[in-house]
Design a protein around this ligand. Structure first.
Ligand SMILES: Cc1cc2nc3c(=O)[nH]c(=O)nc-3n(C[C@H](O)[C@H](O)[C@H](O)COP(=O)(O)OP(=O)(O)OC[C@H]3O[C@@H](n4cnc5c(N)ncnc54)[C@H](O)[C@@H]3O)c2cc1C
Length: 225
């Protein structure tokens, strides 16, 4: 089976430290990578997809590809009621300060999660770290605590590369490598069985019993003067 991977962007993953491990899998699976390709239409009955390809000189051409199965990820957008609200920026995301998560225009409004315009990866791992920052800063607004807390852009993607192995990507603003575990335990730049175990067995109870119930001691926010 020939696997083709078309991507509208220019790189396989935004954090360079994780790219070598991912490229080894791309090569071993024989995946044909094509960057700068944006899906324009799908002809299901004929099994044909059409992409717009941006060339190095900025010009565009059309590329057609046959498929037996196609997996499409649409562009990310905020829900309509957010996009049309006065809280949104020109691109439709809630306009917040990337550190305090306070709205840029309305100082009594805070926001977190996928709908905000902070330049972090939209992951539940990010929302996990943003929630205590917002909770803390709301208390600061109410005069109940003195110092503000800052979100550092933390995000995480457990990248499943084969059955039983995960590359545990963790990073902060600027695509900076930010592993939670020491390299002797999990070398997160390499595929690992322990990272698979973490994703399969540890994270679900952590999400359900810790994070969603507001009992997550490992996500304490950093405070600033
Ligand atoms: C396939 C997939 C895999 C993922 N894997 C991971 C992963 O491994 N690790 C990770 O950290 N993150 C992962 N994510 C990302 C993660 O799911 C999101 O970042 C996270 O859910 C964002 O949380 P949120 O509360 O901001 O938004 P959401 O979880 O999208 O919650 C928004 C809620 O608002 C509701 N809503 C929408 N419109 C209205 C309305 N008008 N009125 C009332 N309610 C409304 C929606 O129904 C939804 O329940 C994955 C996402 C996808 C799609």
């Amino acid at each position: 089976m020939q696997v083709q991977f078309f991507n509208a962007g220019a790189a396989l993953f935004g954090v360079p430290d994780y790219v070598p491990a991912l490229m080894e899998y791309v090569e071993s699976y024989g995946i044909d990578l094509r960057f700068g390709h944006t899906l324009k239409s799908v002809d299901g009955p004929r099994g044909r997809a059409t992409f717009e390809h941006v060339l190095r000189d900025g010009s565009k051409d059309r590329v057609e590809s046959d498929f037996d199965m196609i997996h499409v990820v649409p562009p990310q957008t905020a829900p309509d009621f957010v996009r049309s609200s006065p809280l949104a920026d020109a691109a439709g995301w809630i306009d917040v300060d990337r550190g305090t998560l306070c709205h840029i225009k309305y100082e009594d409004i805070y926001a977190l999660g996928d709908a905000i315009n902070a330049p972090n990866a939209k992951t539940a791992a990010a929302a996990r770290k943003q929630a205590p920052v917002v909770a803390h800063n709301v208390l600061a607004s109410l005069g109940r605590v003195a110092r503000l807390a800052l979100y550092d852009g933390y995000g995480s993607c457990p990248l499943t590369v084969e059955h039983g192995k995960v590359v545990l990507a963790e990073f902060v603003y600027g695509g900076k490598f930010a592993p939670s575990f020491p390299a002797w335990l999990i070398d997160s730049t390499r595929p690992s069985r322990l990272a698979w175990f973490l994703k399969e067995r540890v994270l679900p109870p952590l999400y359900w019993n810790g994070m969603l119930k507001g009992r997550e001691w490992m996500a304490r926010p950093v405070q600033v003067d």
